[in-house]
Design a protein around this ligand. Structure first.
Ligand code: NI
Length: 176
């Protein structure tokens, strides 16, 4: 079921989410199904449970080759529950981000270039990956939502924050 996405300004987006206590439950699978439907409907690259008003540590993400986004790097479809992120190295990269909770905007956000992420899928299967670049950026963006952080809070220079169609005229862009 497609659920409404909360937009920046809603206090629920600022509340840290709680760990999921049990895997492979009908409730967890239903939540993930709703998140998938919602993300697909809005053509997003990722979604965190708090964005649909559910305060649990669940994120989904995935990016596929799409003629609309010839430059996008592929990211496997992933459900990540109770995530733990460990940056690898000190290297920080700035990149443009958007968010389904901040529609129509883009900002230049610093993120760790490489990181390890661990957690579980909805069935309780272990996930342990070391990634870099865009994949690492998407994971950091989504997991920030679990701590009540929206990407504009991380922009170093607000001169690099604006409307997508003004910053990148004629170019479609994905939201996270
Ligand atoms: Ni977002």
């Amino acid at each position: 079921m497609i659920r409404p996405v909360l937009r920046m300004g809603d206090p629920r987006l600022l509340v840290p989410a709680q760990p999921v206590e049990a895997y492979d439950t009908p409730e967890l699978h239903a939540l993930v199904a709703d998140m998938r439907d919602t993300m697909a409907h809005l053509d997003g690259a990722g979604l965190a449970a708090p964005q649909i008003g559910v305060g649990l540590r669940v994120v989904i993400f995935g990016v596929h080759r799409n003629p609309r986004y010839p430059d996008a790097e592929e990211v496997p479809d992933t459900v990540l529950v109770n995530s733990r992120l460990t940056p690898l190295g000190e290297e920080i990269e700035e990149g443009w981000e958007g968010c389904l909770s901040v529609p129509g905007m883009r900002g230049l956000v610093p993120r760790y270039r490489r990181l390890r992420y661990e957690g579980f899928d909805a069935a309780g299967g272990r996930i342990d990956r070391t990634v870099e670049g865009f994949h690492a950026r998407v994971v950091q963006h989504e997991c920030d939502h679990l701590d009540g952080i929206l990407y504009p809070m991380r922009i170093r220079d607000l001169a690099n924050f604006g409307f997508t169609e003004v910053l990148f005229p004629g170019r479609p862009a994905m939201d996270e």
